[in-house]
Structures are given as C-alpha cells and as structure tokens.
Design a protein around this ligand. Sequence first.
Ligand code: NZQ
Ligand code: ZN
Length: 388
Amino acid sequence: MNNFVYDIPTKVYFGENQLGHLHEELRKYGKKVLLTYGGGSIKKSGLYELVVDEVKKAGMELFELAGIEPNPRVYSVNAGADICKKENIDVLLAVGGGSVIDCTKFIGAAAFYDGNAWDILTEKTTVEKCLPIIDILTLAATGSEMDSGGVISNPETKDKIGMMYPVMQPKVSFLDPTLTYSVSRYQTACGAADMLNHILEVYFNMNQDLFMLDTVMEGLMRTIIKFAPVALDKPHDYEARANLMWTSSWAINGFVNGGKRQAWSCHPMEHELSALYDITHGLGLAILTPRWLTYCLDETTVSKYYQYGVNVFGIDPTLLPMEVAKMSIDMTAEFLFKTLGLQSTLTEIGIDSSNFELMAKKSVQGGLAYAFKPLNEADVTAIFTACL
Ligand code: NZQ
Ligand code: ZN
C-alpha cells in the first residue's frame, strides 16, 4: 500500500433547508459575488430566487454568468474570468451540476491569469491561486462538489481535458437532496453510472491495498445499485436522493483512493467520446464499463472480479471464480442498461468507428500503460469496437 495524504478541505452543509446558511458563508469571503449557472434549470426550480435572496441577506453585490454548457466550454471559462477581472470579484458561487462547478473552478483560476484559460488545461501555465468557490449542487454525479478537479472542452481543437489543483477545491458545498428532485430520469441514470464508474476505476486494482477501502467501496456501489432505481421510480424520494448525493461526493473525494495509485481507464476513453461527440459523460461511461471489464478479465485479474461479484452483487461464492467474474460483468451491464435504462451501444447513439484510432491515440496519452490492465492504442481501439 502506498503512503498518502488525506486532506478534504470542503465544508459540507448536507440536507434540506441548509441553504439558509449561504449568506453566512458568502459574507466571509468579501463583497462581490459572481453567480454561475447553466441553461436554466435553477430558474425553473425556483432555486435562483432563493440564492438571490441569500446574496441580498449577505449584503453583497451580485454578478452573473449564465448558460454554462454541459461539457463546459473554455469560452465560458474565459467569459467568467473576464467578469472577475473587470469587477474585482471576491467569491464565486456555482449553482448546478458538475459542468457548472468544473467551469467555475477554472474561472477562479483564470481570474489570476492574463491569457486564454485553455493555457491552463494545456499546462502552458500552472495554477497557484484561485478565487474561493462556494457551490450548491443540483445533480448527483461527478463529485466536483468535493474534489479539486474539473474537465473543460475546447470545440475548436476537439479536446476535453481534466486537471486537478488543490486551490480549486470548493470551500463550501451545499448538498440538499431535494434540489435533485427535478433531475430528469436520463440525467439521474447517467449520474448513477458516473459515480459507479468512479468507484470501479479505483476498486479494480491488483495491488495489495487496504481491505477497509475495498469494503467502503463495495458499500458505496451497493448504495448506488439499491437507490438509483428508487430515484428513477420516485424522483421525490428523499432517502434515495440523499444516498445518491452523498455517494457521489465520497466516490471521488480522495478518500477511497488513498493508498491506491494507478491510472483510471474508462475516463480517458470517455473524455475522447464526449470531446468529439458532445455526449453525456455518464452515458459514455455506461457503454464503456462492461466492455472494459470484459477486456481486462483473465486468469491474473479474475480474483478482483470474484470479490466484486460476491460482495457487491451477492453472487454465490462457491461458484468457480471465472464463472462469478463473468456473472458480475453481466450484472453490471444489466444494472446500467436494463435497470437504469441507458443506451447500450455507441451505434445506438450515432457513433461509428471512424474516429476510434484517433480517440485511442489521445486516450493513452494520460498514462493507460499504468492502468488496472495496461492498455495501449490497439487495446483501446478494441474496447471502442466492442462498444459498437
Ligand atoms: O444547465 P442546466 O439548465 O442546469 O441543466 C443541467 C444540464 O442540462 C441539468 N440539471 C442539473 N441539475 C438539474 C438539472 N436539471 C433539472 N434539475 C436539476 N436539479 O442536467 C444537465 C447535465 O448537467 P451537467 O452539469 O453537465 O452534468 P454532470 O453533473 O453529470 O456534469 C458532467 C460534467 O462533469 C465532468 C464531465 O466530464 C462533464 O463535463 N466531470 C467532472 C468530474 C470532476 N470534477 O471531478 C469528474 C467526472 O468524472 C466528470 O468527468
Ligand atoms: Zn466521471
């Protein structure tokens, strides 16, 4: 097991009606706040008015950046950074899903950079400072509310790049499960697929690691499998939405991967899909996950699948390990495609093989050679092909 540093400096207000604390938190950070949000869901739900009231209560001046896209674009980052520089913004308030929070993290960083924010993503410059970020999460999926990373797309270069800097970690996150009642069936399913994959990326690891972390991850995965269908059936079920919301944060906040170091596999591949085809991140992951699991299964890795099958899906432990492993992949696919109802192939969502080689080449640049099963360009192309 590797040494690690555990440091998650985000204060979380979890639960219904916690938003009444927003003005107290905001006013700690200054006088001018930039509110960032997406395409309008916060106006439809009435959350926008609540937020504006809290800003008024804090006695602060309000500026706004609306229209942040799913798969947020670098030009939204630049637009936000321009407002920060022009208006001397003190604190950022991101209200939305992962896209809004991710974009806001880079706005906070780019506010201290004189140039195109894309230079941060391409590592032409580094991030040492970031404006303080408070967020109100409205979609349980990415964990951006409790991590220091973000992913930004550039439609001109057809790149989607993720980057982590500790200074971009949100200072305060408001996690009110009732704010996710209005999330569509499709986005709820994609969110569940995303958080499940965040755990699988760490769990499928052949190093000798902490039993305790594996056990926590198995519990988190069982939570998703138990409560995602409830949230789909009853969108206003508080317990289901609360369990999913807290799981999304803990799936990626640095706790479960403490001591477990290896490159993630499905995420680099998915980011190429959403970079080129602008698909929903969780959908791309859902399609990739069972094919990746199948591709990596062999005599050297089977024990991990056995553990997963027995402890997460309750498969009979007396069966042969390879049998359990194959059943665990089938049950994963069944959860993603039948229970969550997500589309199961790239063909169904209009993606053909024409860009597989290009996407494979870009996928491996981030270090897939160090993944659960080391993957080269040919391996990644084969996994994409299995998704057709
Ligand atoms: O834009 P609005 O109008 O708010 O609508 C959004 C959007 O259309 C809608 N939505 C959000 N909350 C809602 C709601 N609709 C109704 N009621 C609500 N309460 O949902 C749509 C999708 O939102 P988005 O923020 O794009 O989804 P998600 O949270 O899944 O974020 C996806 C982005 O995060 C990145 C992904 O790559 C993708 O760009 N990721 C970020 C990570 C991180 N920071 O650590 C890790 C992830 O692996 C991921 O890569
Ligand atoms: Zn993800």
